[in-house]
Design a binder for this molecule. Structure first.
Ligand code: NDP
Length: 275
């Protein structure tokens, strides 16, 4: 029988918002569970997972830098994880086997829908070609954009990524200097925002009515959001994606779907009061 112990594994993991999010979900649905942050050694994710199971653990989220290791550890993979090449959600199967899935993509799509982002028939640009992007390309293509362009500092990674998904839609990979507007939706999935940097972007980047989405969260507005707003374009951060991917993980574990909007509001209030 499943126990009620859950965790998020990462390194670092101290500032993870996942325990907050899952505890609010549990409270909202009247479920009793314990969700904690577990720091795994960079070279021994498998060992950290084993001691979690020894403690009676049942399900976990996995964040940087272990999404690949979590994929290797799983006995069975959901289609989303297989295609993404990364696992962000683990759980014990009925026979004690380990099931791995990826909820990042659906998390992004649900948040984009909430923000009424242009998707079907839209020109979509993704900046970056790292782990986060690999997990969102297929869900984005499923929304039927006119075109999906992946632009990365290291051009070869963008080209390779686009090739891996070219059977699913019109997707191309380019280097950052080759970007030319206009796009209806621009998603910044580079870690440049973390350092307060902005990838080089042309002034004609956005079409009218465009949305600028930054996967980063935790600051009031990122440099990318500020840059977009200065051009009269709506900007939103990745906090909603974080909450939505958590809700999908919660659903996998507990077969119940929490309401995300009040959780997003509570987190925003908490982040503002922490400043
Ligand atoms: P990776 O380390 O796998 O990839 C980083 C990407 O950023 C690479 O494409 C890299 O380019 C690019 N990059 C780094 N620095 C710069 C720079 N100064 N200028 C231009 N490009 C740069 O990270 P992830 O893909 O895992 O994460 C990316 C971002 O998304 C992070 O900020 C992360 O916090 C966020 N994220 C948010 C989630 C959410 O739920 N909201 C979920 C997952 C991630 P290159 O290939 O050339 O090195």
């Amino acid at each position: 029988l499943p126990t009620d112990l859950y965790a998020v594994f990462g390194n670092p993991v101290k500032h993870s918002l996942s325990p907050d999010i899952h505890n609010i979900f549990a409270e909202q649905l009247g479920e009793t569970l314990h969700y904690e942050a577990r720091l795994a050694p960079v070279d021994d994710f498998a060992g950290a997972w084993r001691s979690f199971l020894d403690d009676g653990g049942y399900g976990a989220n996995v964040t940087l830098p272990f999404k690949q290791e979590a994929l290797d550890l799983a006995d069975t993979l959901g289609v989303r994880a297989r295609r993404a090449g990364a696992v962000n959600t683990l759980m014990l199967g009925r026979r004690g086997d380990i099931f791995g899935d990826n909820t990042d993509g659906v998390g992004l799509i649900r948040d984009l829908q909430r923000a009424r982002a242009p998707l079907a028939g839209a020109r979509v640009l993704v900046l970056g070609a790292g782990g986060a992007v690999r997990g969102v390309v297929e869900p984005l293509l499923n929304e039927g954009p006119e075109q999906l362009v992946i632009a990365n500092r290291t051009e070869a990674r963008a080209v390779e990524l686009a090739e891996d998904f070219s059977d699913l839609g019109t997707v191309s990979g380019i280097g950052l200097p080759a970007i030319s507007g206009g796009f209806d939706l621009v998603i910044n999935a580079t870690s440049a925002s973390l350092a307060g940097d902005l990838p080089p972007l042309p002034d004609d980047l956005f079409n009218e009515g465009a949305l600028a989405y930054d996967m980063m969260y935790g600051v009031e507005s990122t440099v990318f959001m500020q840059w977009a707003r200065a051009r009269g374009v709506r900007g939103t951060d990745g906090l909603g994606m974080l909450v939505e991917q958590a809700a999908e993980s919660f659903f996998l574990w507990r077969q119940r779907r929490p309401l995300t909007a009040p959780v997003l509001m509570a987190l925003r209030a908490r982040l503002i009061s922490r400043r």
